[in-house]
Design a protein around this ligand. Structure first.
Ligand SMILES: NC(=O)c1ccc[n+]([C@@H]2O[C@H](COP(=O)([O-])OP(=O)(O)OC[C@H]3O[C@@H](n4cnc5c(N)ncnc54)[C@H](O)[C@@H]3O)[C@@H](O)[C@H]2O)c1
Length: 346
């Protein structure tokens, strides 16, 4: 990796959630190769608090003034989407490179206008699409590149996330003018970007969207069928209405359960559960139910090991049993096989 003689001088613009939660820790992890010299927020108090919290020498409420006085090498833009375009162009025009949060801009026209401010050799603006770079994404990209999976013909790109009403109380969310869209623009954008980076150019999109449950201007669900230049077809769903239960570890491997990094967590602020916390086994989630569905021939096949299940209780399938049991019955108190996927009330 290139070692800079001087640390890259970074300015943070927008001192909110993502700047605090992700960008500051990321800059600090650069082993002295980057240092934050200033923070800007339209809310001056927020900028000052942020500076105090992260030991940043200067706080501003105006981007141009900060650029003039601090001359940073890089601006990390963490403002709401509506403010991206203006901040990007201001920084590029001042000769400052830009690392901007998603979505880049509110429209393609706005994106083209912003890109016109880039110059050959820099400065350029780049955008945060971290899902492209996870280990799973990289492994899949390599498999596609080497032909290990054969031709990619069918894809599923489903962002089934959950955000409650309170999430939309932040004034800029859920409005066309300030967020530019709903989950298509703000959430599924990550997975759609990943899919495009894997599958190449798209040629056809048939899509629909709806506002089904949240009090927002934008959509809260969108769906599309996308055809790619290589002939592949992909189903895309972006939803913020897809609540999942706080999950507990579903692995039957003691090693995996004991090494689960999220073992103490129970749920996340987003309402999504961690994948492998320890604790009692939960009812299977929908995808698990599908994957564990199998015919059960006799009551002996019931996954519960209490030995007292009446023949009439014999499940049609493990999946059905799990769903019914957890929905309507108190839990079985008898000793259970630790790997039992479900049990019925005895
Ligand atoms: N990559 C990801 O996974 C990810 C996750 C969350 C948010 N984001 C993106 O990060 C951006 C910020 O989200 P957030 O959750 O931190 O929002 P936030 O509301 O918590 O913070 C935004 C901050 O920007 C300030 N601000 C508003 N307009 C400004 C302007 N013109 N100049 C300077 N400051 C301004 C606000 O006062 C606020 O402090 C959004 O674009 C969002 O889509 C990305």
């Amino acid at each position: 990796m290139t070692k800079y003689r001087q640390p890259v001088r970074v300015a943070i613009v927008g001192a909110g959630g993502i700047a605090n939660g992700s960008h500051m820790p990321a800059v600090q992890a650069q082993d002295g190769e980057a240092t934050v010299v200033a923070v800007v927020d339209v809310d001056r108090g927020r900028a000052t608090d942020f500076a105090a919290r992260w030991n940043i020498p200067a706080a501003y409420d105006d981007v141009e003034q900060m650029l003039k006085e601090q001359r940073p090498d890089l601006a990390i833009l963490c403002t709401p989407p509506v403010a991206h375009a203006e901040a990007i162009t201001t920084c590029l025009d001042a000769g400052v490179w830009v690392w901007c949060e998603k979505p880049p801009t509110l429209s393609l026209a706005e994106y083209d206008a912003v890109a016109a401010h880039e110059r050959e050799g820099g400065p350029y603006a780049s955008y945060v699409f971290q899902h492209r770079f996870g280990s799973g994404a990289r492994a899949l990209r390599e498999q596609i590149r080497t032909g290990g999976l054969g031709a990619p013909l069918v894809g599923v790109c489903h962002t089934l996330w959950y955000r409650d009403d309170a999430y939309f109380e932040v004034p800029w969310r859920g409005k066309w003018e300030t967020e530019g869209g709903g989950p298509s623009m703000g959430h599924g954008i990550h997975q759609m970007d990943l899919m495009l980076s894997l599958m190449g150019e798209w040629t056809e999109v048939r899509a629909a969207m709806g506002t089904l449950a949240r009090d927002v201007e934008t959509e809260d669900v969108s769906m599309a069928m996308v055809r790619f230049a290589n002939g592949a077809m992909v189903s895309m769903v972006n939803s913020l209405l897809s609540r999942v239960r706080p999950a507990t570890c579903v692995s039957t491997s003691p090693r995996r359960r004991s090494s689960c990094p999220t073992s103490t967590a129970t749920t996340t602020p987003t309402g999504r559960g961690p994948r492998h916390p320890t604790g009692p086994r939960p009812p299977p989630r929908s995808w698990e139910r599908r994957s564990t569905t199998r015919p059960v021939r006799t009551p002996r096949s019931c996954a519960c090991c209490c030995g007292r299940c009446a023949p009439g209780n014999a499940p049609r399938s493990v999946a059905t049993t799990a769903a019914e049991s957890w929905a309507s019955s108190p839990p079985c108190t008898s000793r259970r096989r630790p790997d039992a996927p479900s049990h019925r009330t005895c």
